[in-house]
Design a protein around this ligand. Sequence first.
Ligand code: BGC
Length: 736
Amino acid sequence: MATAYQLALEKVKNGINSAVVAAELVDSMTLEEKVHCLDGAVPFWVGIKDITTGGYHSRPFRAAKVERLGIPGFHFSDGPRGVVVGEATAFPVSMARGATFDPELEVRVGNAIGKELRTIGADLYGGICVNLLRHPAWGRAQETYGEDPHHVGEMGAALTRGAQRHVMATLKHFALNSMENARFGVDVTVDERTLHEVYLPHFKRIVDEGVACVMTAYNSVNGQWCSQNEELLADILRDEWGFTGFVISDWIFGVRDGVKSLQAGLDVEMPYRMIRNAPIVAALAEGLITEELVASAVTRTIATMLKFNVGELPVRDCSIVLCREHVMLSQEVAEKSVVLLKNESVSGTALLPLDLKPGSKIAMFGRLAAARNIGDGGSSDVMAPNVVTPLMGIGEHFSNCEVTYEPGANLEEQARLAKRSDVAIVVVGYTKEEEGEFIGDSEDTVDLVKQIPRQDDPILASEYEKYMRENHHYAPDELRIKSRNGTFSIGGDRESIRLLDDDVQLIRAVAKVQPRTIVVIVAGSAVVMSEWINEVSAVVMGWYSGINGGRALANILSGAVNPSGRLPFAIPHDESHLPFFDRNAKKITYDYWHGQWKLDRDGNEAMFPFGFGCSYTQFSISSPAIETNELIKFRCEVSNTGSRDGATVVQVYAGRKNSLIERPKLRLVAFKRVELRAGETKHVECTASLQSLATRDTKTHGWFVEQGSWNFEIAQFSGDPKALLLDQSIHKQIDL
Ligand code: BGC
């Protein structure tokens, strides 16, 4: 016999509104069942034991299951670079994917991750992480796409589009979670324009894309914890943006005041029964809150599950996991993400692509050359087997050359090796030890610890133990236990955005004796390079590049693939050009200015500007045109004027000279990646919304577009001296 939930699914399939159907179903629930859906319903102690002994990579987190009515609950799994349960395909981290400037490719990544999620029974993906890169030291920089709201919004919307073909997706962390070590305690102060024009546009873009779920952030904003922040959750997310999905908390210590969180519109505390259950039960008993308040939260959760067909989503065969198509997609992304920053001539020829005769000597250096180093070891860690390191990739590709790597050698010996070789490749940067998610012994959570139930509810405990037994996905122990266990509290915000001293010394020692030195940087965001960059001929940003990253690198260095990645952030000459950052801050103000916008405002030239990246060919842009209607349409011709096939990213920036309002000199409003054969010219069109020019009106809390003349630049990076300039008068009053 069909369950009540199955009947509800039928109704939704027959076109009845999911919120109406869910409300009926919730009406048939007892108060106890409704309250049961307000958190993960896993008792804390059994849950915490599981997560700290590898359970995080064994099964998805379940919540909102009601057996009596056949409500299956939802099943959550992270994270941005692939599925974290069992073995899975590791994609390059989001920041690398941001460097592709290729939303269609990102749709394919989301599609692949969505399929792999369905093999482990997950139906809620936790990977749409779009907090803005305010400062490169942010430990989780690698999990987002960059510093620009338009670009981050388009990339995150694309991942959502792809993943939501198969599962529901979670947009996180709402909001202003752009620092790591202090995340459990910091209060971020922000004014209305900065909030809406800088830190929220990309969240709104993804809500408009139809994302199912939003996860709140740990930090507080303007004095109120995000998990109970009425302005963020009720006024902005639901009332202003019309979000109809459900809201979950960040994990463990993500909820502060159970009752307030419910009142503000947080629907589920994840992943355990930890903070909110007892106070909510008490408040109900005392009549301080109503059953309707509980019902409306549960209705939002179940309505979204019904809308996404949760419970009847196809279960995928495990053979899809790590299948050739996904691994090759990961490699394609890695290839398209590499940013060639510098490529000078040595003896009259550009160092890259490498032109090596058989038998040539390639010397590899750096602790990361042979490391399995695909990114952070926190919630985004993927248990990918057989990761191809740079050394493996180079060795395989240049099998007719002699590839050496002597990590144990001292600096003098390394220099001797470099001198004897035809080319030196130095792979430096970071690992999860230097940057990543962080759970410190935080004094910020001391009060919360007191709220954790002392003992587990035995019925819930045995239900969870059953769930654990029935849902155990294999991942190699040596990978599983390294992540989300006792040693998890490493990484965090970077202490410095320089390379480590040892790395700098190595680069110098090698470059001093070997003019053909290529530096490959593995990092999640910007690295200040001023102290050594003039000593080397070539630099590439290689990122945490996924399961086949070493092969992608070899293809780029050899020229089998022409680099086309573009920086999703600006790299300054000096750390002092960045916004204020204190990784232990208790309070911080986020003003309007960071990244390229701040450099432009302060008159500091970037070492490498936002959107910058070189190629082995050249491109030119001509015949610009603009047309303004409901949307602003840009047209131009793009030509590959060199002798190799390649790709560039057409970028449109908007500015307004003599504006009475303080705004960025240039702000990205549209972009398009274009592939061109050698000698080919293509007609390119891209569009921007008028909203992308809009200013938040702090009196009416609405939007307006400044009337009059706007200047647009069609360029290949921010501040491109070859940009084509277009002036356009905008006089239309628009209803935004
Ligand atoms: C992270 C989230 C993640 C969650 C579940 C938290 O610590 O901040 O991004 O989704 O854990 O793994």
